[in-house]
Design a protein around this ligand. Structure first.
Ligand code: BGC
Length: 390
């Protein structure tokens, strides 16, 4: 079934619009659908000490919006229509960027909407070696390193440039991570381009270069709930993941090196299943990496996952060139945070589909490599495409 799904849904990379793009400087904000794409900017001042924190709104001609702050490259809001044409929030997040800076938020570390790196996911005991040299990273998740360390890319202020075209609205974010930052070798010049298209797609392009051999695994940590007006959680969302295997992990969520088949297990999402149907059979809930049946090449993207929310009719498809996806069902959310619309983010209120390489790849010779060397470029693309079905 997975193979059928893969071949039926193999898709070419969405074409980049390069025609008639101009860098826009005027700041205008409107909540109405517009004849053209719009990118607007709002300054929030120097919330983190020195660099200016900003909020950008990308808006397409039908009125769908994506809000992104240059603090952590965080997607704070995505508003998409439901089956009746009503726009509503589909991610978890805060209207006020200050809420991403509180002690409660930082100590619990949900990473709502952020870009995580240099290494998204876990590295066992925060240690790896590369070309004969040992490196030690912070252990910020039990005995392990998680999502780039104590002050990863999710807590950096990125340099932003907005780009507005006729059919796309883009935000380009850049961050230069110095050699040795959080223990990682090499200066990493990183950029993320967020594009909202008129097809209600949020396209995320990641790019990085280094001046010394290093490791990179970037992803976006958005939590989705496609029916926030009516659903108490996402357990009724129907999920398909185009993956016949998953990454087996130990108690600390570090891979054992095995990539077992999903067949006959609660991990089998090769056909649609409600998240809640078998979640009780998975200790702690879903928090694993699925191994896609097909990896992208030459810029081709393929459909990795599809989620349908029956209550709203919203559909989200995830297209990527990455080898895997962390499907995390918000198991550690505990009601501490209230976000958009005053909603309380309880356990399983959102799910993440973090496209990426496998956890602990630097210590797993059998996994695809995450090494980046000088003179080469890390480049990867993921698209979250929204639509509706009745
Ligand atoms: C991890 C979870 C973690 C969450 C928030 C996910 O990517 O897999 O284990 O709790 O991020 O940090």
């Amino acid at each position: 079934m997975a193979a059928v799904l893969a071949s039926a849904l193999m898709l070419p990379a969405c074409r980049q619009n390069t025609g008639s793009e101009t860098q826009e400087t005027a700041d205008t904000t409107t909540n109405q659908p517009t004849a053209t794409m719009k990118v607007t900017r709002e300054s929030l001042g120097t919330l983190t000490g020195n660099a200016e924190v900003e909020m950008y709104t990308l808006r397409n001609t039908s009125g769908a919006t994506v809000k992104i702050t240059n603090y952590g490259a965080i997607v704070t809001s995505i508003q998409m229509p439901d089956k009746n044409g009503n726009f509503g929030e589909v991610v978890l997040g805060f209207g006020n960027v200050k809420d991403y800076l509180t002690n409660d938020y930082l100590s619990s570390g949900p990473y709502f909407g952020a870009v995580v790196g240099r290494y998204g996911n876990r590295i066992a005991k925060g240690r790896f070696s590369l070309e004969g040299q040992q490196y030690t990273l912070a252990t910020n998740n039990g005995p392990n390193h998680l999502h780039g360390g104590l002050k990863g890319f999710d807590k950096k202020v990125w340099q932003a440039q907005k780009i507005q075209g006729d059919t796309t609205a883009k935000l380009h974010l850049m961050y230069r991570s110095p050699d040795g930052e959080e223990g990682y070798p090499g200066t990493l010049q990183t950029s993320i381009t967020y594009t909202l298209t008129d097809n209600n797609e949020l396209r995320i392009e990641y790019q990085a270069t280094t001046d010394k051999p290093t490791i990179v695994n970037l992803t976006n940590h958005s939590y989705f709930n496609l029916a926030q007006d009516s659903a108490a959680n996402v357990l009724d969302h129907q999920v398909t993941i185009n993956a016949g295997r998953y990454v087996a992990v130990d108690k600390t969520l570090i891979p054992t090196g095995q990539l077992p088949s999903v067949k006959g297990t609660p991990m089998d999402f090769t056909t649609p299943h409600a998240i809640g149907e078998r979640i009780g059979k998975v200790e702690g809930g879903y928090d694993h990496t699925w191994v896609f049946d097909r990896t992208g090449s030459d810029g081709d993207l393929f459909l990795g996952a599809r989620v349908v929310a029956p209550a709203s009719g919203r559909v989200m498809e995830v297209l990527t060139d990455q080898p895997g996806v962390q499907f995390y069902t918000g198991n550690f959310l505990n009601g501490t945070f209230r976000g958009h619309g005053g909603r309380t983010y309880v356990k399983n209120y959102g799910f993440c589909l973090e496209t990426q390489h496998f956890p602990d790849s630097p210590n797993q010779p059998g996994f695809p490599s995450v090494v980046l060397r000088p003179g080469t470029s890390y480049q990867t693309t993921t698209v979250y495409r929204f639509s509706v079905q009745q």
